[in-house]
Design a protein around this ligand. Sequence first.
Ligand SMILES: [Mn+2]
Length: 370
Amino acid sequence: MSRREIVVFGDMEVGGGTVTDDFISDVALAKVFRFLGKKKSPIDLVLNGDTFDFLKCPAADGTYPLQVTEQISLGKLERALRAHSKVIDALKSFLNGKNKNLYFTFGNHDLDLAFPKVQQRIVEVLKSKRVHFGWSYEQFNVHVEHGQQYDKLNRTNGALVQIGDTTVLNLSYSSLGVLESFMRVKEGNPFLERIHSRKEMFKLVPSLLRTLRWCGARQLFRQLYYDITRDPFRKTPRWLWRELWRRWLHNDWEVPDIVKVARKESGASLFVLGHLHHVYFEESDKLIVLPDTWRDEYLLDMHSLTLFPKNKYYARIFIEGSKFKGWKLVHVPITRSVLRFEDVVKDQMKYLALAAHEEGYWPAKLKRTA
Ligand SMILES: [Mn+2]
């Protein structure tokens, strides 16, 4: 009986090599991709959304435009390809293997993958026809999807939208808020933004929470202004007001629990999700697997006030004939230091550089813009 594997990575968030680029695990990830390429069995490699972090990657002039054209996305893509050529070369080597296919699903940070020229450019760089793009991967009763469509602030009705003669990205309320109000905070606090839980971290840095609340209030007023001026692309439905207000009031800066919603929606027997940056699995009438993120993130321990770099995982799903036979979550060990929170707060840039150095990644220079 024929055997094949579906291998899923979530939320890699490969960025443009700027200070807001949170992907530094080039060495470890490239090694896994090359290893998978050498395996004899057919493999469908699924990069499950937010593979590229177009959202937090500035345009060439250092700004974060709200109307993202194909040209802007192409520029961001070029910089990400250059900043992370090791990973791209490893994907090329994977595709050179026998019976290997690569799938990109769209996440909220890389809706840009829906632009035809962005797809063309990736196919051209990877030098392979076995590269596929879509909202989800659905084969052998396995459903792989990023999950932003189950998150009301992040969901969109299609990836692209027409404004006059121009096609631009159909950005969600959440993405517009990130670009309009929060990227400057991220640029000023590039390390602190990688730390979870946010709620606990804010207890130690109340000034950051104040800044965010101020940005949130400004964003609410902006939304009100668009509403009054009847900007057709910024209509504010009633539920959105409720949701924005609830989040502002309760200091809720987390992604909602999309697993509950997704569970109801899908008929597949195995469901792989991303977006939440959790490692998680659940087995009831159907199996739900979350293989976490490959972006550099930390868990804050409130007793010792130390930061533990999060582990990196991917999911392996085994298919025999056309039937689902089992699955495995693989942990990729990377040696990293545990950091003291108070040191990091004092000099975030120093510890960004240290983290990148420990992973063997060193971009030409950490800059504000590319
Ligand atoms: Mn996401």
